[in-house]
Design a protein around this ligand. Structure first.
Ligand SMILES: Cc1cc2nc3c(=O)[nH]c(=O)nc-3n(C[C@H](O)[C@H](O)[C@H](O)COP(=O)(O)OP(=O)(O)OC[C@H]3O[C@@H](n4cnc5c(N)ncnc54)[C@H](O)[C@@H]3O)c2cc1C
Length: 331
């Protein structure tokens, strides 16, 4: 029904080559071309542009493969060079430290393809596809099932790993299977049962398996106008209850049942509290927003401050939902 493939360049590089290049800020950076792929691995690539907080230092090495072969070659390269690997989706649930990340950061954003199968109602998509774009596309086709996802600015891979959810639905509810790339370069297909799904977690978190593709069960055959209307309603609700006007990572903390983290933080009197450029959002206290010029360390220290204050008032230690990666100094 709808198919697309990433428009990756055909590889012309036949041997491992390196070259130095002058970047805009005049720092020497190196580019390595992997044999048999169009993959350029860059050194000292700033990550702030690739995270929704718009903060964070540079990746020691960075690559954004355009297809499975290039992804496999990247993993192989990391192994040969003894580089630790970090997977980056849309960076919408990540706080990268100001000092950046060692090793190789592999961004999935160019891993693109999607297929809506009208015979089965299944949507099969590559890891780098955008979840909100898929929600709109499904709605336009009259396929129910992804309306809840419209306000989640992540990729398919990030949603599968995080068990992203909203409006009482989550990724685990519609996932049929996920294809993962193992560290030895082979592929495996896993069912939701094998992913140990719980609230905003899966067994994939903190592991070394990379989601390459996922299949979701949707329900085709509905009036597109009706599905679009529900999708719009969800988007409107979120825009009126959450601060989408400043960079953030969405909800910072998991909800400690039976409470909501936002309510606990608000009742602790922390709405509007600010450290550097990082502020507890006025609109929703479980959001920390970058009001401009925030450093990762400002956000990190605000997270710690909230944890200590809520602990003091409620004897509850809030667990972050955001993944904090790299090195942070004690605040
Ligand atoms: C404004 C805003 C609103 C949000 N609202 C919601 C919400 O309502 N509900 C919700 O659940 N979340 C929400 N989020 C958080 C975030 O969008 C989700 O957690 C999303 O699923 C993260 O996807 P990502 O591609 O950005 O992953 P990233 O942030 O890039 O990565 C998250 C984790 O997944 C890993 N990962 C990513 N891709 C892969 C892959 N292909 N293979 C293996 N590991 C991978 C990363 O290594 C990292 O550990 C919101 C964020 C923002 C900024």
């Amino acid at each position: 029904m709808t198919t697309s493939q990433a428009a990756g360049n055909v590889c012309t590089v036949s041997a491992l080559t390196t070259r130095k290049q002058e970047t805009a800020n005049s720092v020497d950076s190196e580019v390595i071309y992997l044999p048999g792929t169009d993959c350029a691995i860059k050194s000292q690539a700033s990550l702030s542009a690739f995270t929704s907080y718009r903060v964070g230092g540079a990746a020691e090495w960075y690559v954004a493969p355009r297809n499975l072969e290039a992804l496999q070659a990247s993993i192989k390269y990391a192994k040969e060079q003894n580089l630790v690997v970090t997977i980056l989706g849309a960076g919408s649930n990540l706080l990268v430290s100001d000092g950046g990340l060692p090793g190789l950061v592999i961004a999935t954003r160019h891993l693109r393809s999607k297929y809506f199968d009208p015979a089965t109602g299944r949507l099969t998509v590559s890891a780098g596809e955008s979840i909100p774009s898929l929600a709109w596309e499904a709605a336009d086709l009259g396929w129910q099932g992804l309306e809840w996802a419209v306000g989640i600015p992540g990729t398919v891979g990030g949603a599968v790993v995080m068990n992203a959810g909203a409006h009482n639905s989550c990724t685990a509810d519609m996932l049929v299977s996920a294809q993962v790339l193992l560290p030895d370069g082979t592929l495996e297909t896993l069912t939701p049962d094998q992913l140990g799904y719980q609230y905003r977690t899966s067994l994939l978190q903190g592991g070394d398996r990379i989601i390459t593709q996922a299949t979701f069960q949707l329900q085709p055959g509905f009036d597109p106008a009706q599905v679009v209307a529900t999708t719009k309603q969800h988007k409107k609700h979120r825009l009126s209850t959450q601060p989408y006007n400043f960079p953030s990572c969405g909800s910072v903390f998991r909800n400690p049942k039976p409470y909501s983290a936002g309510w606990l933080i608000e009742q602790t009197g922390l709405k509007g509290y600010q450290i550097g450029g990082a502020q507890v959002a006025q609109l929703h206290a479980n959001f920390i927003v970058n009001r401009g010029g925030a450093k990762a360390s400002d956000i990190f220290c605000l997270i710690r401050h909230i944890q200590h204050q809520v602990q003091e008032h409620w004897s509850i230690w809030l667990e972050p939902e955001v993944k904090m990666i790299g090195e942070f100094q004690v605040c």
